[in-house]
Design a binder for this molecule. Structure first.
Ligand code: ZN
Length: 310
C-alpha cells in the first residue's frame, strides 16, 4: 500500500476570468478556497486551488484563469469530465441550486450502476455529481449554503477521452496498478484498490473525436497521488523503463511533482502528499491572502497591481 499510486491527487484546468471561477467553485459548488497564488511561470496570472478543509489529495482542483483566453474545446487526448462524489438524495438540492444560479446542467442519468448529474462551470468545463454505490465517508467542507448532507466529498472519477485506449490503459494497469473494472458502451472503467475514494479513471473511447483545444474550460493535466518523494522517484523509474519521457522532480511548494505525457496525449503528473497546504499559512486561514514564492516576493506590489481584483 505504502508505495502504490493512491488515486487522484489533483486536477488542473484552465479558466477564463478569475472572479466568476472563484464565485462558482466557492459559492455555487461550496468548495474551500485553499490557496491564492500565482502561476510560477507567469506571475501575472493567478493559480487558484479549491478543495476540502485541509486540501486533502483527491479533493483538489486548481485553475489558471487567463482573463482574455478564448473558449477551449474538450476532445481526444484530454481529460474531459470530472466527477464529484455527493451523498444519496442530494440531486434535488443541486438541480434547484443550478437553476437559481443559471448553471448549465443536464438530466440525471446512470452509468456503471451509479446516478450522475452532468453540469458545466462558467467556462464550459464538464463536471458531474455522482452518487457512489458504496457511499463516500470523507468529511465534507460546509458553507452557509451547502451543508454536509448535500456537499461534495471530493473526486469520484475523471474521464479521459481517447481515439484508442490501449496504450493509456497500459499506463494505468502496468505502471499505476489500476484494474479494468467494467465496460459500458464506450466507457471503460479502471479502478485502483489502493484507496477507497478518487480511485476511478474512465477511459471514453471515441475513435472519431477531434483533438481537444486546450484553452478556457478544459483540463490541463491530472495528477496521481503518492505518499512521499521516495515513492515518487520509484515511479519515475517505472515510467522511464516503459520508454516514456518524464521530467525530473519539480518543487510545487505544496507538493513535489513529476510530469509525463501518456501515449494517448494526456499530461499526467505524479504528486506527493508532502509537504501539504499548511506550509505557508495556518489551516484556519487557507486562501485568505495572496501567497507568492520567494522569487516573486520583492515584486509583490507590481504583481498585485496586474492581477484582477477578486
Ligand atoms: Zn498539477
Amino acid at each position: 500500500m505504502e508505495d502504490r499510486i493512491l488515486g487522484l491527487h489533483h486536477i488542473t484546468a484552465i479558466a477564463g476570468k478569475a472572479k466568476p471561477n472563484l464565485d462558482f467553485y466557492t459559492k455555487v459548488l461550496g468548495l474551500r478556497l485553499l490557496k491564492k497564488t500565482v502561476n510560477f511561470d507567469d506571475p501575472g496570472t493567478y493559480h487558484l486551488y479549491y478543495g476540502d478543509e485541509k486540501g486533502s489529495a483527491g479533493t483538489i482542483i486548481t485553475f489558471f484563469p487567463y482573463e482574455g483566453s478564448h473558449p477551449g474545446r474538450a476532445g481526444s487526448g484530454m481529460a474531459t469530465h470530472i466527477g464529484y462524489a455527493v451523498p444519496e438524495g442530494s440531486f434535488d438540492f443541486w438541480i434547484k441550486r443550478f437553476k437559481e444560479h443559471g448553471v448549465s446542467h443536464g438530466a440525471p442519468a446512470e452509468r456503471f450502476g451509479e446516478r450522475y448529474l452532468p453540469f458545466k462551470d462558467p467556462d464550459g468545463l464538464q463536471l458531474e455529481l455522482v452518487i457512489p454505490k458504496g457511499g463516500d465517508a470523507r468529511k465534507a467542507w460546509e458553507t452557509s449554503e451547502v451543508k454536509a448532507d448535500v456537499a461534495t466529498r471530493g473526486f469520484h472519477s475523471v474521464t479521459v477521452t481517447l481515439r484508442n485506449i490501449g496504450a493509456t490503459a497500459m499506463v494505468l494497469t502496468d505502471i499505476f496498478g489500476y484494474k479494468l473494472l467494467d465496460q459500458q458502451g464506450n466507457h471503460h472503467r479502471y479502478v485502483t484498490d489502493a484507496v477507497d475514494h478518487a480511485a476511478i479513471i474512465d477511459l471514453l473511447l471515441l475513435p472519431d473525436a477531434n483533438r481537444g483545444d486546450g484553452s478556457a474550460g478544459t483540463i490541463h493535466h491530472i495528477a496521481f497521488r503518492v505518499k512521499d518523494e521516495e515513492v515518487l522517484m520509484k515511479y519515475r523509474d517505472k515510467v522511464a523503463r516503459k520508454g516514456l519521457n518524464i521530467t525530473g522532480k519539480i518543487d510545487r511548494n505544496y507538493f513535489y511533482s513529476l510530469y509525463f505525457r501518456e501515449p494517448g496525449g494526456v499530461l499526467f503528473e505524479i504528486a506527493t502528499d508532502n509537504p501539504g497546504f499548511g506550509i505557508d499559512e495556518p489551516f484556519d486561514q487557507l486562501g485568505s491572502s495572496l501567497l507568492l514564492p520567494p522569487q516573486y516576493e520583492p515584486h509583490r506590489d507590481k504583481i498585485e497591481a496586474v492581477l484582477p481584483k477578486l
